[in-house]
Design a protein around this ligand. Structure first.
Ligand code: NAP
Length: 233
């Protein structure tokens, strides 16, 4: 069994990589920074010697690099059993005064990445009539909040992509799950002064995704909504 995860050198992506590796999945990972990705790959390979960890740097905000990553996965001959569209970026801001170009940037990284990668990998999945696609949205996909701005807009769009894909894939035997995490402690929170104990761990999100992937072929978890016990920050 194979699991493809984008944005997997750190944070939620790395936590999901660990969980799927522990579950016996071979991994295909990407992120932009080659050095961090190589370090994560080596770390996982050491800890989970019975699975193979493949990785390739890619900026998922660049369509040509999404295509190259997809072609690399396809050329390996690996079946896509699980695809996690996780790569994403958070830039706080407000519609009325965030810098020009932020929306375009975040739509590219948070939406087009998932759309294009999925479209590349889907034909083989449809032919096999199996596979599970997780789209890592956010509670910012469900409600507006201060400083949400372009990030929240892009995450609403990713949720729309996920809902449409779920409907389309019903007759093809492919599962689609939208994941809506609230705050989970990752590098994107370090330096913010937020108490790690106040919010979820990346492993919490990873455990839910892994568990949702293990149901019988006739059951699909359409949505996973997780929040810190004390609620949103
Ligand atoms: N943590 C939370 O509280 C939270 C809550 C809701 C939703 N989310 C979502 O969960 C996902 C992961 O967030 P995180 O908190 O784990 O972030 P993180 O700790 O900053 O890690 C992000 C990962 O994605 C990679 N990445 C970033 N931009 C990329 C790009 N353009 N192409 C390829 N890889 C890229 C990063 O590596 P490089 O920088 O080297 O590329 C890193 O491996 C995001 O979609 C985020 O919106 C997070």
């Amino acid at each position: 069994m194979n699991c493809i995860i984008t944005g997997a050198s750190k944070g939620l992506g790395k936590a999901m990589a660990e969980r799927f590796a522990a579950g016996g999945y071979h991994l295909y990972l990407c992120s932009r920074d080659a050095k961090t990705l190589a370090t994560t790959t080596e770390e996982l390979a050491t800890r989970y010697p019975t699975v193979t960890i493949h990785s390739r740097p890619a900026d998922m905000g660049e369509k040509e690099q999404v295509t190259a990553f997809a072609q690399w996965v396809s050329a390996s001959g690996a079946t896509v059993d699980v695809l996690v569209n996780n790569a994403g970026q958070f830039i706080p801001g407000s519609v009325h005064n965030e810098p020009e170009g932020v929306l375009e940037k975040l739509i590219a990284v948070n939406l087009y990445s998932a759309y294009h990668l999925t479209r590349h990998l889907l034909p083989a999945m449809i032919a096999r009539r199996s596979g599970h696609i997780f789209n890592i949205c956010s509670v910012a996909s469900l409600q507006a909040y201060p400083n949400g701005g372009a990030y929240s807009i892009s995450k609403y769009a990713l949720a729309g992509f996920s809902a449409n894909l779920r409907e389309e894939m019903k007759p093809h035997g492919i599962k689609v799950t939208a994941v809506y995490p609230g705050a989970a402690y990752t590098d994107s929170w370090s330096g913010t002064g937020v108490d790690p104990q106040r919010i979820m761990t990346a492993a919490d999100v990873a455990e839910m995704v892994f568990t949702a992937s293990r149901l019988s072929p006739q059951a699909t978890v359409e949505e996973i909504l997780l929040r810190p016990q004390l609620g949103d920050l």
